[in-house]
Ligand binder design. Structure first.
Ligand code: GDP
Length: 329
């Protein structure tokens, strides 16, 4: 396919990287994925699952490797999904988070410019609802939108805010097609076990199989706006097909506590009272917590025609069914 579009994805080994790779492949793209390190443990898994992807060794902290990656892939679209992406981890590794999640975005934008792709490659930056922080004073009742005030509450949120603004700065300074997607929490069977949703559905499946009798969590009262990652990567792609670069919130428009998630997940295996199965440990609590996140994705729905297929009960069912099947195997 001589005229196939070419996409370069950073973070191809992550949850969104997997969903996006599938979507772009279905759409006929030639997909290139950045992979870090000489012996990346995830390399074989990516090759097994996506044999059609061309992997390129590069690192977001290494400018030269990024320039070479852009030259090798000649991309029409670049999706920057790579990051230190776990909030709890970012408190323990704040400098690493700043280097990769923050300055890494600058390195990639510069690579596109230096390699001469600024007018050809459309750029997507994975911004996040963690930039809002969920405090009383900046929290609109209708949910955060593209114009809401930022107040990040973790080294991860602060680094992402740098990435968000440097992307907008390159759009304004160099006239690049550089879009940001401010995505609220998005989950699914590909989610890492370090995130609370997958930690819960994995534990529920083990309890159902009789190989575990409880799960240890941190705070249960925080509320999140959870959607399905498969729906959200479609939105990323739509942002790069739009006629101009812009910023878009993707969210479900509903907010639920960890307790609500526990109730839905345990109900899937016929358990009405989840409390006997949950223990708490301060080790999983954070120095600063985002109390509540709720997003308003009206702009993406109106301008891009973005739609979601999954609500929270549907998402929980998908994840528990997947993890129960995994235990049976
Ligand atoms: P985040 O919203 O990007 O931080 O996504 P997470 O899934 O990591 O965390 C969502 C919420 O669950 C946060 O308020 C956490 O403090 C809370 N939480 C409670 N227990 C746990 C746990 O054991 N692991 C994680 N990752 N989060 C937990």
């Amino acid at each position: 396919m001589a005229d196939a579009k070419r996409a370069l994805i950073t973070g191809i080994t992550g949850q969104d990287g997997g969903h996006l790779t599938e979507l772009l492949h279905e759409k006929g793209y030639e997909v290139f994925g950045l992979i870090r390190g000489q012996r990346n443990a995830r390399r074989e898994a990516v090759i097994d699952e996506f044999p059609y992807v061309t992997l390129i060794e590069a690192d977001l902290t290494d400018q030269t490797s990024l320039i070479q990656a852009v030259e090798a892939s000649q991309p029409d679209e670049v999706y920057n999904l790579a990051a230190v992406s776990h909030v709890g981890f970012s408190f323990r590794n704040p400098q690493l988070t700043a280097d990769i999640t923050g300055k890494g975005v600058l390195n990639l934008l510069e690579a596109i410019r230096i390699a001469g792709f600024k007018d050809r490659a459309r750029f997507y930056q994975a911004s996040t609802s963690e930039m809002f922080g969920g405090l009383d004073y900046n929290r609109p009742g209708t949910g955060y939108n593209e114009d809401s005030l930022f107040h990040p509450r973790s080294p991860y949120g602060v680094a992402k805010l740098y990435g968000h603004w440097i992307t907008r700065n390159y759009r304004e300074s160099y006239d690049m097609f550089a879009a940001t997607g401010i995505l609220f929490n998005h989950e699914g069977p590909r989610r890492g076990l370090e995130f609370v949703t997958r930690k819960i559905t994995d534990a529920v499946a083990r309890i159902d199989a009789g190989t575990a009798d409880h799960v240890v969590l941190g705070d249960l009262w925080p509320k999140r706006d959870w959607g399905y990652a498969g729906d959200y990567v479609r939105g990323m792609w739509q942002m790069l097909q739009h006629d101009e670069p812009d910023d878009f919130v993707l969210a479900s428009g509903a907010t639920h506590s960890i307790e609500d998630f526990l109730a839905l997940a345990f109900a899937e295996i016929g358990v009405d009272d989840w409390r006997p199965y949950v223990k708490q440990d301060p080790a999983f609590m954070r120095p600063a917590e985002v109390d509540i996140l709720l997003g308003d994705s009206a702009k993406a729905e109106r301008v891009l025609g973005w739609k979601r297929d999954y609500d929270l009960p549907g998402l929980v069912r998908l994840m528990v069914e997947h993890d129960v099947a995994l235990q049976k195997r």
